[in-house]
Design a protein around this ligand. Sequence first.
Ligand SMILES: [Mg+2]
Length: 283
Amino acid sequence: MDKIFIPLHEELRKIRHVVMDMDGTIYHGNKLFPTTLPFLERLKKLGIGFTFLTNNSSRSTDVYLEHLHRFGIHVPRECMLSSTGNTVDYLQRHHPGIRRLFLLGTDSFRAEMRASGFTDCSMEEEPELVVTAFDTSLLYERLCKCAWWIKHGKPWIATHCDLECPTEKPTTLIDCGSVTACLEAVSGRKPVVMGKPNRTMMETIFHRYSLMPEEVVMCGDRAYTDIQLAVNSGTFSAMIVSESQSKTGIPADSTPPGIVRPVPTWVIPHLEKLGEALSESRD
Ligand SMILES: [Mg+2]
């Protein structure tokens, strides 16, 4: 990959909204990338909207907004879309009558669902629908009850399909997709999945801002989730590959074996590369 960025001004001129993955795209862990704040400033000046996207449903939208706040990124709630927020939006648009949910997730996930107007059913109450999330406080009894309702035909939503959550600690963080696989095995059913790379995640953003797919660019560091989301929803995509990775010619990324790596529209070393091209396309 000699030339890692070939701006297409015709396409870039149409962009009205930038969707960004978070970890690995705007920051890494507790370190904000130096290009993030200048890029966001540039977007504001150009009148281009943006949304931060995360699959992680173990933390609430408020926790993410606080995290961004600590980096000096002060944005309103609607600039943030987690797979939990997307589940709420999906339920409101596709199942407006449903209120009573059995929720397999953390306290902060369940609190966000309650704050969005849903009833968090107890072990004794019959739900209308089941939602499974990334539950870092997973209890065997609740998992069993969840399986029971799924086996009894309740509609079932999973917030996302990540099998594990990356960590630097010597352990494997079992994520929503692995718990979903367990529930699929015992029930013989499959859920409707909300998070990246499913297009429902992008449809929520299209709907929020009345956008056409060709007016959006999805930026991320993972091909099989971030770039695949762009492919599934028809938007442009920019894959962040650091300079050192790009020298090998192949973006280093964790696409699991057997999954075809989607091709991004652009490969960029950092967000400001895209920012400069967006500015140039408007000159
Ligand atoms: Mg990422």
